[in-house]
Design a protein around this ligand. Structure first.
Ligand SMILES: [Ca+2]
Ligand SMILES: [Ca+2]
Length: 401
């Protein structure tokens, strides 16, 4: 971008910074050719810094063949980048630019046609040049006129702009990465200036959710500060935004029981975004079986009906409304052995099939366990909530004759 566009560039930079204070990726490479050509690797032909109307530029000539690159810069690992430069044809027909340049037999090549009103895009993958379009787009290459080129390579996408107008929009997978290079055929002289390469960030930020942990169980009203973070990769465009179900440090939702999700979405300054969602569970607290239950060695007489009563609580032990808890009861006998264990569940009867009752006033569940016909011994009692899936127990109880 030369001379007359400098003011516009300055305005655009201010605007971009206002939108994205974290800034774009710094250029991998920028050369205004102010001083020397030390950043470049010379391949063939002649080159020199020359003064063009008060501005130093790079004069290039003498590529050994059409497409013969004169100088390269960069790394063979450069894959996704935006290459921009200004170029002016001084004499002859051809200047050229190569990108994703691995060597003289593997690269993409952009050059004007000899008619000076079209441009052409080729690839070379071991053999000769293969043109990437069946027809060439119109583009003047007038001697003595500067043109601003922008080439964007991202994955298999290749886009070429001249003066801000899209000229090529190609998909090609042949050459995934490589340097860039500038050149001019042996009959030609071209000036290049302000060559810049900015890598394109295609990697989304990494999200880490420590709390709530995936699958974790918390108790109703438990105070659980969220602990999560997001960061863009080293050398990336930087984090633009990161939003969680709640901000890190704020308490997560434990106000009701059940399955919950916690989501974090993070976006970098290049627009790459990732979302991570984890599932956690909020259960009731359980304050044990209430009187008349007592753990063994207290023994209850077989044939009696034993009221099993319990309440669900929050994390502070406050009894809460659990009318939706939908509980069920499992009872298993102790099996004595080297290591005592529980046997198979027994059929749990209640007299008159009265079933479970919930007292809304005291927020207490009650089940009258009919022990008639059971064998003396110790039994374990478990309570499972169909609402939350939580199982509380075992609460051991002794039955005697
Ligand atoms: Ca310059
Ligand atoms: Ca990134």
């Amino acid at each position: 971008m030369k001379k007359t566009t400098i003011l516009m560039v300055a305005v655009l930079v201010v605007f971009a910074m206002a939108v994205s204070p974290a800034g774009a990726i710094p250029p991998e490479f920028y050369d205004p050719f102010d001083a020397d050509l030390s950043q470049w690797t010379h391949i063939s032909g002649t080159w020199a810094i020359v003064n063009d109307g008060g501005d130093n530029v790079c004069s290039i000539s003498g590529g050994s063949y059409v497409g013969g690159v004169v100088a390269t810069v960069g790394s063979e690992t450069w894959s996704d980048y935006t290459l921009e430069f200004d170029v002016k044809k001084v004499a002859g027909s051809y200047f050229n630019v190569v990108f994703r340049y691995k060597d003289s037999s593997h690269h993409y090549l952009l050059e004007p046609s000899s008619d000076a009103i079209h441009i052409a895009l080729f690839k070379k993958v071991g053999g000769g040049y293969i043109e990437l379009t069946s027809s060439r787009p119109l583009q003047n290459t007038t001697a003595g006129t500067w043109y601003h080129y922008k080439i964007v390579v991202q994955g298999s996408s290749i886009k070429v702009y001249v003066g801000g107008t899209l000229k090529f929009d190609i998909v090609d997978n042949s050459l995934p990465a490589g340097k860039i290079g500038i050149g001019a055929y042996s009959d030609s002289v071209a000036y290049f200036d302000d060559v810049s390469i900015v890598s394109i960030d295609t990697t989304p930020p990494v999200i880490t959710i420590a709390t709530p942990a995936d699958g974790a169980v918390y108790i109703l009203n438990q105070v659980v500060p969220a602990d999560w973070s997001a960061a863009d990769e080293a050398g990336g465009s930087g984090l633009a935004s990161a939003t969680g179900t709640v901000p890190s440090g704020d308490p997560i939702d434990t106000a009701t029981v059940g399955e919950k999700t916690f989501t974090v979405t993070a976006t970098d300054n290049a627009g790459n975004s990732d979302t991570k969602t984890i599932t956690y569970y909020v259960h009731y607290g359980f304050n044990g079986l209430l009187s008349p239950y007592q753990a063994w060695p207290k023994a209850f007489k077989i044939n009696s009906s034993i009221p099993l009563k319990w309440q669900y609580t929050d994390a502070d032990g406050n009894v809460v409304d659990s009318s939706a808890a939908n509980p069920s009861i499992d009872i298993k006998p102790w099996v004595l052995g080297d290591v005592p264990s529980y046997g198979d569940p027994i059929v749990v009867d209640d007299p008159g099939s009265s079933g479970l009752r919930y007292d809304t006033l005291t927020m207490t569940w009650q089940f009258n366990w009919q022990t008639k016909g059971l064998t003396a011994g110790i039994y374990g009692i478990w309570i499972t909530s169909g609402q939350t899936g939580q199982t509380d127990g075992p609460f051991d109880i002794q039955l005697r004759k």
